[in-house]
Design a protein around this ligand. Structure first.
Ligand code: FAD
Ligand code: TPP
Ligand code: MG
Length: 569
């Protein structure tokens, strides 16, 4: 069967199960776009290639399937860089396809030539430069295999224009991946398993640190079984939120820089940390020299590079988490750890009265209230995609996620502009889900052109813009650590409601707490996209906070009873 390289590209995508791709055309990828029309593929036209890669990423995180983005050479390819790095840091499986100048022009500074495989080498799991039609199928099949297996991640396939135009025989089977050096998951070491069980069964104050890898492994049920059988409380990383139900009695909440005080205190007092699919990010550990000094540590991770990388552990199990837990569970003894639970409960102390939720409506609109009301009004069942900043932390604290893959957020790279496009991808992946993009006024403006994509594709994405008139998270650091010198953080914003309306999206502004529920209800009742701008307190801060580099127990607690903000004085 003879096919052009461009036809082989789509034939392979279809056989890999791809139904939706996100992209932006241009000269070097035109043969591929032309061939696309003959295949059962839905193409979503982004307004910027960064948006297309975040869409593919959101699609992957919402569904567990590989997301696909496509762009032209040169500026199209370089615009993808931020989205690729975002996916790399958070282990998200995407395949990015770029057009490249003709193979004989490579290296001549041809029009729109850029060395995208060179540029993305450190931010992809793997990448390919394909210069012949007969290499297209093999590269694509490997790309999908590498993106989705082992520790997932982004793979880029750069295809020269002549490779798209040239013809060759197409043989799917002959193009099957053959990667002898690639071992996606290691075999379990029985001695390490036995040691892990010994530590777990004899611990008095164990704690599970639940990470993103639980969802990537599809091991939510096994983690729950482990926690329940052994009575082990569960703390979550930002990206682990949703892996264990928020309402479960063993769920403590988020750990780390903006984690709850009792969670960090429990970590510091624990005698065994069981780290499952998490990578001890610095936002999680604080100062490593003082991190959980009294605790033995078991670390299960599919990537051997993560074991002993930041935190030295007593037992490292390099394996897929599902396989590891299946092996461990039969040896886990049932245990009553009530005294430990009671101790953690005591850590909570006055945290409840410090919590902003306890405050009566004092006429101010706090972002935390918005998140709380959004949670209540959506019954905790929405798929929320957040941007980066204060609103992201408030969402993590006050929207309680019961189900896996219901919070999508850029954790490792912390990419502003992520929310809106990633929500588009999530909505396409899960058309039945109620999808909310929650963005700050700063980050929203980085990718707000994707409102046009939402309208063109007729997608039902609800949007909450949390407008505090600041690059809030940076302002908070300036307030705490730079003597309130607000260098380049105040924002003069457009009128977000009129902006949305210009795109054809209905919008309202909410200024008071009493209006939040009604606005959310109206947005939910509307079929199609809707935007709510929340004008929140301008100089509010996220608490608790472990200052960068401080020990986990040295938190700046929520002031009691409440933050006096600039507007109050
Ligand atoms: C403004 C801001 C503030 C933040 N504050 C906090 C905070 O307070 N607390 C917090 O927790 N985070 C915070 N973060 C996020 C933080 O930077 C990290 O992104 C996050 O902690 C990483 O979580 P993780 O280790 O669970 O996930 P990832 O970084 O995605 O790591 C997943 C791990 O799972 C492993 N894995 C993948 N697949 C499998 C498998 N099948 N089996 C076994 N293992 C697997 C991977 O190898 C990897 O080691 C913040 C981010 C921002 C932007
Ligand atoms: C692309 C990018 N540039 C800069 C930053 C640094 N940064 C982190 S949070 C933040 C402020 C975000 O402001 P906004 O979107 O208004 O959200 P808020 O913190 O006010 O909720 C900035 C500038 C970043 N994370 N990403
Ligand atoms: Mg802001």
């Amino acid at each position: 069967m003879t096919r052009t390289g461009a036809q082989i590209l789509w034939e392979c995508l279809v056989r890999e199960g791809v139904t939706d791709v996100f992209g932006y055309p241009g000269g070097a990828i035109l043969p591929a776009y032309d061939a696309m029309l003959d295949f059962p593929i839905r193409h979503v036209l982004a307004r910027h290639e960064q948006g297309a890669t975040h869409m593919a990423d959101g699609y992957a995180r919402a569904s567990g399937r590989v997301g696909v983005a496509i762009a032209t050479s040169g500026p199209g390819a370089t615009n993808m860089v931020t989205g690729i790095a975002t996916a790399m840091m958070d282990s998200s499986p995407i395949v990015c396809i770029t057009g490249q100048v003709g193979s004989r022009l490579v290296g001549t500074d041809a029009f729109q030539e850029t060395d995208i495989t060179g540029i993305t080498l450190p931010i992809t799991k793997h990448n390919y430069l394909v210069t012949r039609a007969d290499e297209v199928a093999g590269a694509l099949r490997e790309a999908f295999h590498i993106a989705r297996t082992g520790r997932p991640g982004p793979v880029l396939v750069d295809i020269t224009k002549d490779a798209q135009q040239g013809s060759c025989a197409f043989d799917w089977d002959a193009a099957a991946p053959n990667l002898p050096g690639y071992r996606p998951a290691g075999a379990l070491d029985p001695r390490a398993c036995a040691r892990a069980l010994e530590l777990l069964n004899t611990a008095e104050r164990p704690l599970i640190l639940a990470g993103h890898g639980i969802m990537l492994a599809g091991a939510e049920d096994l983690v729950r079984a482990l926690a329940e059988r052994a009575g082990v409380p569960v703390a979550m990383t930002l990206l682990g939120i949703g892996a264990f139900p928020a309402s479960h009695p063993l769920n403590l909440g988020m750990m780390g820089m903006h984690g709850e005080a009792w969670v960090n205190q429990a970590i510091q007092e624990s005698d065994l940390l069981v780290a499952l699919g998490m990578r001890f990010d610095d936002r999680v550990t604080g100062n490593l020299k003082t991190y959980a000094l009294g605790a033995r540590k078991i670390h299960v991770d599919i990537d051997p590079a993560e074991i002993d990388k930041n935190v030295r552990v007593d037992v490292g199990l390099v394996a897929d988490l599902r396989a590891a837990l299946e092996a461990l569970l039969p040896g886990v003894l049932a245990a009553d750890r009530t005294p430990w639970h009671a101790r953690i409960h005591a850590f909570k102390g006055d945290a409840a009265v410090r919590d902003i939720q306890q405050l009566p409506d004092d006429g101010h609109l706090y972002a935390a209230h918005v998140m709380h009301d959004l949670w209540r009004e959506t019954g905790g069942a929405a798929l929320v995609v957040t941007d980066v900043g204060q609103h992201q932390m408030w969402e993590a604290q006050y929207y309680h996620h019961e189900t896996s893959r219901s919070l999508i957020t850029s954790g490792g790279l912390g990419t502003m502009g992520f929310a809106l496009p990633a929500a588009i991808g999530a909505r396409l992946a899960r058309p039945d889900a109620e999808v909310w993009a929650v963005a700050g006024d700063g980050g929203f403006q980085m990718t707000m052109a994707e409102l046009a994509t939402i309208v063109q594709e007729q997608l039902d994405v609800k949007i909450a813009v949390v407008n505090n008139g600041f690059l809030g998270m940076v302002r908070q650091w300036q307030e705490f650590f730079y003597g309130r010198r607000y260098a380049a953080t105040p924002l003069v914003n457009p009128d977000f409601t009129r902006l949305a309306e210009a795109f054809g999206i209905p919008a309202v502004t909410v200024r008071e707490r009493g209006e939040v529920v009604q606005a959310v209800a109206a947005a939910r009742a509307h079929r199609g996209p809707a935007l709510i701008e929340f004008r929140v307190e301008q100089e509010d801060s996220v608490f608790p906070m472990v200052p960068a580099g401080a020990s986990l127990h040295e938190m700046i607690r929520r002031p009691s009873p409440i933050v006096e903000t600039g507007a109050d004085v």
